[in-house]
Design a protein around this ligand. Structure first.
Ligand SMILES: *Cc1c(COP(=O)(O)O)cnc(C)c1O
Length: 371
């Protein structure tokens, strides 16, 4: 079976892990955590990085650090991972779901505008699958309406918008270091910000909100989490980050090779190669069946699986999630593009360890299944 994504751990990962083991520093107080945070902050041109246990944990920390009030509305795309809406619902905030562009899959200014109300206090911007959100008009709109901005750059480490790194935008940004992301720590994440108060809140929230006064250490005013990243994980992350440019090159090479090999595949929409503001990074290589295709995503992914190739559907839109609908006071409005992308779209293997031989095997299977 060709897996959907396989990381390459071929840098200093082993050496740094051995340093942890030899020194006995394995927990979250070890030196690699601070080094990894500093390197990530430097890479994304932020002042502060707060490492944590996953991208989902980073979203929890980022949302809670904004200290919004129950009933405040937060706009976010419908087509994204459940982790974006979970912290909102846990904190009594009201999610308002935005549709997306059918070609880039990302939220557009008009999608955001359709969600604004007098109660809107924040927006979560998510870059999906390989292209960035067109940030300039979205950030301008957010500024006009005095919205706090969280940038979910989990899929976009190493990507740039108009020459500026993803993860450098908004009040606070988040990354994931899950194995299918450009940098992995097995499990892990990070919050980045230029705001010292937000960074300090995130640091306390990830560490059970222990009191900084040693005498009051075990006395708590705030309910928080243990979302710490271990020194072992940070050691792997630092080694991975050292070779981020090569990983991004590999992702782009894989995406471009698919683009060449798949041009004659009938009745599908392949990813856009570039936009005026960014080149596709191909975090995932997406294929959307056109409306006149007689194929069905569930059958296509099952057929690929029998040919030894893993594939995945696109995200299930958040406004249709049973757990979200059960908690919402009002039924969400229909979002045709997000709904259609879920019904018609899927993605194929694209991890940095993928070989050209495997790519040709995948392409051959796709022609077999889709022609
Ligand atoms: C992967 C991902 C996350 C969550 O990260 P985990 O580390 O898996 O918790 C959040 N947002 C987006 C857009 C992601 O792709």
């Amino acid at each position: 079976m060709i897996p959907i994504s396989q990381p390459l751990l071929d840098g200093n990962e082993k050496r740094y892990l051995m340093e942890c083991i030899d020194s006995g520093w394995v927990g979250a107080d070890g030196p690699f955590v601070a080094r990894f945070e500093r390197q990530m902050a430097g890479y994304t041109r932020r002042r502060f990085g707060v490492a944590c246990s996953s991208g989902s944990a980073a979203l929890e920390l980022a949302v809670q650090a904004l200290e919004l009030k129950p009933g405040d509305e937060v706009i976010l795309p419908a087509l994204t991972i459940i982790s974006c809406v979970a912290p909102l619902l846990r904190l009594g905030l009201v999610p308002v779901f935005a549709d997306c562009c059918p070609l880039t899959f990302n939220m557009q200014p008009s999608d955001l505008e359709a969600c604004l109300s007098v109660r809107t206090k924040a927006v979560i911007i998510v870059h999906l699958y390989g292209l960035t959100v067109d940030l300039a008009p979205v950030l301008a709109l957010a500024a006009t309406h005095r919205l706090k901005v969280i940038e979910d750059a989990a899929q976009m480490l190493g990507q740039q918008y108009q020459g500026m790194p993803c993860g450098s935008f908004g009040d606070i940004s988040v990354f994931s270091f899950y194995p299918n992301k450009q940098v992995t720590t097995g499990e892990g994440g990070m919050v980045l910000t230029n705001d010292e108060t937000l960074a300090e809140r995130c640091r306390r929230l990830r560490n059970l909100a222990f009191d900084p006064d040693p005498a009051r250490r075990f006395i708590h005013d705030v309910l928080a989490f243990n979302y710490r990243l271990s020194n072992l994980q940070a050691a792997v992350g630092l080694a991975q980050l050292e070779k981020i440019d090569r990983t991004v090159e590999q992702k782009r090479r894989i995406g471009q090779y698919y683009q060449e090999l798949l041009t004659d595949l009938p009745k599908v929409q392949l990813p856009l190669t570039e936009m005026p503001y960014c080149r596709n990074l191909y975090w995932a290589y997406t294929i959307v069946l056109q409306d006149d295709s007689r194929h069905d995503v569930k059958k296509v992914t099952a057929a690929l699986s029998t040919l030894g190739i893993a594939s995945r559907p696109l995200f299930f839109p958040l406004h249709l999630q049973p757990v979200v609908q059960a908690l919402l006071k009002q039924p969400a409005r229909a979002l045709p593009h997000a709904e259609r992308l879920y019904q018609r779209g899927f993605y194929i293997p694209s991890g940095p360890a993928l070989t050209e031989v495997q790519q040709r095997q995948i392409v051959q299977a796709l022609y077999e299944v889709l022609v």
